[in-house]
Design a protein. Structure first.
Length: 162
């Protein structure tokens, strides 16, 4: 093995690292030009088509049932009729159902609770091993969702390919 002086070793090491790090960081520059993501709405999960809900009207077993949010974002309550669920939290939907029950003269002071029994699925498509629909779980991150789909095939991702 050749013997190099200390300053020569440092320059050689710097050149080698520069040859490795510079191309890696140049790929990061493309990501810096991406627009910022919009802020998410506060208040947690928002209901949408495909969610299955359990609506509990305390003291009213005939109104307590499980409902699916339809394609138009509505649930159909017996006696009360349709109530918009899409875009609302479970607490907001509970208040809307209570207002509807009062407005229709069905109950005077309803106490309503809503819980999600089954979350609507999400889709992962494109350059993953298993593109498909997957069930959502509270607290799931994008990284966890992509991992569930088999992530990106190794060796197929190139940040410079656009």
């Amino acid at each position: 093995m050749p013997v190099f002086r200390r300053d020569t070793r440092r320059r050689l090491l710097a050149a080698m690292l520069g040859g490795i790090i510079a191309p890696a960081l140049s790929g990061c520059a493309a990501w810096m030009r991406l627009p910022k993501l919009p802020a998410t709405a506060s208040g947690g999960y928002r209901l949408g088509p495909g969610d299955r809900l359990r609506v509990i009207v305390f003291g009213q077993t005939q109104l307590t049932a499980t409902y699916d949010v339809d394609a138009s974002g509505m649930i159909e309550l017996p006696l009360a009729g349709p109530v918009r669920a899409a875009g609302r939290s479970t607490a907001m939907l509970g208040r809307a159902i209570a207002r509807t029950l009062v407005a229709r003269g069905i109950l005077r002071h309803p106490a309503v609770a809503v819980e999600v029994r089954r979350y609507r699925p999400f889709s992962i498509l494109g350059e993953v091993n298993r593109p498909d629909q997957y069930p959502f779980e509270p607290g799931m991150t994008v990284l966890a969702a992509v991992s569930r789909a088999g992530a990106l095939p190794i060796g197929r991702w190139n940040p410079r390919s656009g």
